[in-house]
Design a protein around this ligand. Structure first.
Ligand SMILES: C[S@@+](CC[C@H](N)C(=O)[O-])C[C@H]1O[C@@H](n2cnc3c(N)ncnc32)[C@H](O)[C@@H]1O
Length: 294
């Protein structure tokens, strides 16, 4: 996925505005995992969003390795790690495609992995190759955990949900600027991808959509992801999208950033709002767990 590797892609901005995953979700992952906890590899780790969380939340794991295709992302992850080397001493980062675990041969970790995680990135992978590679790397009974999020919605401002969908997918907005089929697979939350039963068993697949809030409390949804953002912060978040990055390249002299137009429309629809108004955005989320067959 080339945008994330582009030298002018702002990995720091990406890290500062990207959503993280709630502790309640890591409890579910911990409960699913069985057996030794020596090594977890977090592929497609980006700037280390889940990698740093894994080292804190799955603290009985001895080593956590984050890998990503993009040198920019790996550099950003390493520079964050340097801010507290002691706290993150069990973590290391490697530049590597998710479909390969060759780097394990050169590391001190020659043992097979106990867990592989792939968070909000599988939509870019060659999934068949990735599964085969994971199957060759995980110990029998080890866990493959995939999770992530689709698009977000505004629970308190439903008209904005339609507007953000328009901004994301309309032909005259960001629609043509996504790399496909990755974006479509991501927004469908990998519904078309399935674990191969030749290698994996005990499959668990869980999805959360806005309709689930009709009969469930957020506290009962382990992967409930939300953020309170001002409209100004929401603009920054949208600017971290690869689609926005490509739009900007194509429209260097646009009179108005596409995110400014979105905020103007939001204020038109809800005149009580201004750039400093705080709104809750909530993501549709999913997880897929499986165990390596013996
Ligand atoms: C949306 S980011 C997710 C980062 C992080 N896992 C998170 O949860 O925020 C997707 C990441 O996948 C990486 N990526 C895309 N294709 C990849 C591949 N084939 N192998 C390894 N990394 C890949 C990108 O460079 C990017 O850092």
């Amino acid at each position: 996925m080339s945008t994330f590797s582009a030298q002018d892609f702002n990995a720091q901005r990406y890290f500062s505005v990207r959503p993280t995953y709630p502790d309640s979700f890591y409890n579910v992952l911990n409960a699913y995992h069985k057996g030794p906890q020596e090594l977890v590899v977090d592929v497609g780790c980006g700037p280390g969003t889940a990698t740093f969380q894994l080292s804190e939340q799955l603290d009985s794991f001895q080593r956590v390795i984050g890998t990503d295709l993009s040198p920019t992302m790996i550099e950003s992850a390493r520079s964050f790690q340097k801010q507290d080397p002691q706290k993150y001493s069990r973590i290391s980062f490697e530049q590597s495609p998710a479909e390969s675990f060759e780097f394990l041969k050169t590391c001190s970790n020659k043992q097979k992995c106990d867990m592989v995680t792939a968070v909000e990135c599988v939509h870019w992978f060659n999934f068949a190759k990735f599964q085969e590679s994971v199957a060759n790397t995980l110990r029998p009974g080890g866990t493959l955990a995939i999770w992530g999020y689709g698009d977000f919605f505004f629970p308190d401002y439903p008209l904005l949900t339609a507007e953000i969908d328009k901004l994301s997918y309309a032909d005259d907005k960001l629609g043509p600027y996504w790399q496909q089929p990755g974006r479509r697979i991501a927004c469908e939350m990998l519904k078309e991808l399935h674990f191969d039963s030749k290698w994996f068993q005990d499959v668990e697949e869980v999805y959360f959509y806005e309709d689930d809030l009709k009969d469930k409390n957020p506290g009962d949804i382990p992967l409930f992801m939300y953020q309170k953002l001002t409209l100004a912060q929401l603009k920054e978040y949208i600017k971290s999208w690869s689609g926005h990055h490509s739009w900007k390249k194509d429209n260097p002299n646009a009179e108005k950033d596409i995110t400014d137009a979105f905020v103007e429309r939001a204020i038109e629809l809800y005149p009580q709002l201004n750039e400093k108004s705080e709104l809750q955005i909530t993501w549709r989320t999913f997880w897929m767990f499986a165990r390596r067959r013996h």
